[in-house]
Write a protein that binds this ligand. Structure first.
Ligand code: CU1
Ligand code: CU1
Length: 274
């Protein structure tokens, strides 16, 4: 059984196995397939046209399925590994242990944003950026650069309190839990964290930065927390909505899964909240 832990409580050995598995997956070429898929959806998802991964109700089930596939790929390398989650409302500075050299490494240097320490530094030779939106082949970050503050716990609570999952027009202008969590409206949770990290994380090729997985594992956990708080609230829309994925409609790129089948994460993993 896969147990996703808070990254702050991982042992040194757990951190090492996780980053080793990432590097092995990268070397095999399979890691970059995930970056390519993510960017294709970022480019294709539009407010007034078809939208699946972002700006739409299926933002949450799409990333849940995406993370499950990625976690399974990691487990094919090391069966003991699970995705950790990063609670950025608690570990909210560039000095958090998340960014230490024994885990993800730190912020980029001021000249060009290049990450200089940790397993994903260009100098370590294990993390060439191949799927990219510009010519730079090294991992970049600018922690606390463009977005100065990460979301607070009070801001998280204000979004978890929202009763309705999503509503028309089912895009980046919608009111409701999904869009406030995704961050196009209100206090902005998910999008702001991408911008706070900066570098590739602020682009469509964001999975180039391994912190992408820890960020989205926490977004996924917030969805599960919201479900527990609002047992009477359902995924919406239920059906008949053009351009978005209804509850029982199949979801690209997989075409073998519907949001309805992804509402219960416990079939795949649980969270260790220690
Ligand atoms: Cu995404
Ligand atoms: Cu994201």
């Amino acid at each position: 059984m896969t147990v996703r832990k808070n990254q702050a409580s991982l042992t040194a050995a757990e951190k090492r196995r996780f980053t080793d598995a990432l590097v092995q997956l990268k070397r095999s070429g399979r890691y970059d397939d995930f970056v390519t898929t993510h960017n294709a959806f970022i480019v294709g998802d539009t407010d007034n046209g078809e939208r699946t991964g972002h700006r739409s109700p299926s933002f949450l089930p799409w990333h849940r399925r995406f993370l499950i596939e990625f976690e399974q790929a990691l487990q094919s390398v090391d069966p003991a590994v699970a995705l950790p989650y990063w609670d950025w409302s608690t570990d909210r500075t560039a000095r958090a242990s998340l960014w230490a050299p024994d885990f993800l490494g730190g912020t980029g240097r001021s000249r060009d944003g290049q990450v200089m320490d940790g397993p994903f530094a260009a100098s370590a030779g294990n993390w060439p950026i191949s799927v990219r939106v510009d010519s730079r082949t090294y991992l970049r970050r600018s922690l606390a650069g463009s977005a100065r503050e990460l979301p607070t716990r009070a801001e998280v609570e204000s979004v978890l309190a929202m009763e309705t999952y999503d509503m028309a027009p089912w895009n980046s202008s919608s009111d409701g839990f999904r869009n406030h969590l995704e961050g196009w409206r209100g206090v902005n949770l998910h999008n702001r964290v991408h911008v706070w990290v900066g570098g590739q994380m602020a682009t469509g090729v964001s999975p180039n930065d391994p912190v992408f997985w820890l960020h989205h594992a926490f977004i996924d956990k917030l969805w599960a927390d919201w479900q527990r708080r609002h047992p009477g609230s359902s995924y919406l829309p239920l059906g008949g909505t053009p351009d978005v994925v209804d509850l029982d409609e199949t979801m690209k790129p997989w075409n073998d899964v519907r949001p309805a089948e992804l509402l219960d994460h416990t079939a795949h993993y649980t969270f260790d909240t220690a």
